[in-house]
Design a protein around this ligand. Structure first.
Ligand SMILES: Cc1ncc(COP(=O)(O)O)c(C=O)c1O
Length: 466
């Protein structure tokens, strides 16, 4: 890619280090610079317009030009732009948000604790789980079980929960005491003749065996995204969470939900835990909490955990946790306004309805020679590209087949995200029926282009035997 010496692209390469990017490849390839948003579209600095099929990073549920969010932020910036929550300080808008979130929770929750990012929210849940067990005289209960292909963030503890090896490599992660159970993805993990019910039974039995092997007195918590996002849009079998939950209850292991993607309507209910029948003791949320307009995340905490933690803070003299921006009033104002818009527009049932339509219209892709599985729920979709449809053989990741399809989708005016060889979609909840059609049409063209390239380059051949 060539660019003018003082262009945004050139300065990006000169001064800006990117997240989750091949940094050397970026130096030649350069950035894709977005100049502005318009409803469910974004427009780059060359004037190309894209339907944002990923809501940025699973964030902008209300699209990119919701004036009410800008106005809510402006009002709060005028009144009280910043305050904090250390040593009992508060702001009315932050209290309003805490009360609203506790009221929205799908299971009885007692308190909301605010942070800035999903990683901090998950990190907070683990610290609370450790503090909780220590307060109950069980300080040896410290291990945490997450799942393979989970994404729970990228800080040291959240990164340890994450079950994607490429994000651990050379970072000395995961920390000791962080384990990963099998991913509940039937297409990849179930035996050929195993029913979903039998697969769920096996996953619960494996979890039980892991806890027994580690020693139930050493296991503090289990954490799960109701639908795994960055691991490839994995919806577990319907009976998975109830079965897992029973194992956790038996071993006094806290059930934690990561709702950072699933929260606020994405799966067709307010929270993915509700959709998938999970009853967590704590749940983290972020992203669509503010529709992505300002950084804020939160943890909801049930009464049992809260009571134990509060008693312990009285013994120690302080609950020694919290951040400069915990409960930032401007972020809280935007979150409250976003929730008001979700409610007034009935966007949660709308996501269920449009999600069904989207899945219906994508069903035709199941017959495509390159497509192994089309999966998801609500407005969350994964389309897995495979080298061999009959055997489900995956492409070698080094071929970057998903990345090629991602580029082709961009060329056709659609933002998707390649998660390895799975193309993910997570469009704004405010898409219209016409956008559903556009998504399907552009994605199909991108997959057709990819199929032609795969054929041209002979990429289907099985790798040589080692
Ligand atoms: C399910 C899930 N949890 C946690 C996170 C981490 O959130 P953040 O990047 O705000 O730290 C993400 C981010 O994509 C996520 O998808």
């Amino acid at each position: 890619m060539t660019s003018q010496p003082n262009s945004t692209a050139a300065r990006d390469i000169a001064y800006h280090m990117h997240s989750q990017t091949n940094l050397r490849a970026h130096e030649t390839r350069g950035p894709l610079v977005m100049a502005r948003g318009d409803g469910v579209h974004v427009i780059d600095d060359a004037g190309n317009r894209y339907l944002e099929g990923m809501s940025g990073l699973w964030c902008t549920a209300l699209g990119f030009s919701e004036r009410r969010l800008a106005e809510a932020a402006a009002r709060q910036l005028d009144r009280l732009p910043y305050y904090h929550t250390f040593y009992g300080r508060s702001a009315e808008i932050t209290v309003d948000l805490a009360e609203t979130l506790v009221g929205l929770a799908p299971v009885p929750m007692s308190k909301a604790f605010f942070v800035t990012s999903g990683s901090e929210a998950n990190e907070t849940m683990i610290k609370l789980a450790w503090y909780y067990h220590a307060a109950r005289g069980k300080p040896g209960k410290y291990k945490v079980i997450a799942r393979a292909r989970a994404f729970h963030g990228i800080t040291i503890v959240a990164g340890s929960l994450t079950g994607l090896p490429v994000l651990h490599r050379d970072f000395r992660l995961p920390l000791p005491g962080f384990l990963h159970a099998r991913c509940p993805h039937a297409y990849r993990e179930a035996a050929p003749d195993e029913t979903l019910e039998a697969f769920a039974d096996r996953l619960a039995a494996e979890l039980d065996a892991t806890i027994q092997a580690e020693g139930p007195d050493t296991v503090a918590a289990f954490i799960a995204e109701p639908v795994q996002g960055a691991g490839g849009i994995v919806v577990p079998p319907a009976s998975y969470f109830p079965k897992i939950q029973e194992v956790l209850r038996r071993h006094d292991v806290l059930a934690l939900a990561d709702e950072v993607i699933c929260g606020f309507g994405r799966t067709g209910r307010w929270f993915g835990s509700e959709t998938l029948g999970y009853r967590p003791a704590m749940m983290s949320m972020g992203k669509a909490l503010t529709a992505g307009y300002l950084p804020m995340a939160a943890v909801l905490i049930d009464e049992d955990v809260y009571r134990t933690v509060a008693d312990n803070s009285a013994r120690i003299g302080v609950f020694g946790h919290g951040f400069t921006h915990s409960g930032n009033p401007t972020c809280a104002a935007v979150a409250l306004e976003a929730i008001a818009i979700y409610r007034e527009g009935e966007l949660v049932p709308r996501a269920a309805r449009l999600g069904m339509l989207l899945h219906d219209r994508l069903a035709g892709l199941r017959d495509h020679p390159l497509v192994g599985e089309v999966r998801g729920i609500g407005l969350l979709v994964g389309v897995e590209l495979v080298a061999d449809k009959a055997t489900r053989r995956a492409f070698d990741p080094a071929l970057r087949v998903g990345a090629y399809a991602d580029d082709r989708a961009l060329a056709h005016g659609l933002v998707v995200r390649a998660l390895g060889n799975t193309l993910a979609l997570c469009p704004p909840l405010v898409i219209e029926e016409q956008h559903v059609d556009q998504i399907v049409e552009r994605l199909t063209r991108a997959i057709d282009d990819t199929e032609a390239w795969v054929e041209r380059e002979g990429l289907r051949q099985a790798p040589p035997a080692a």
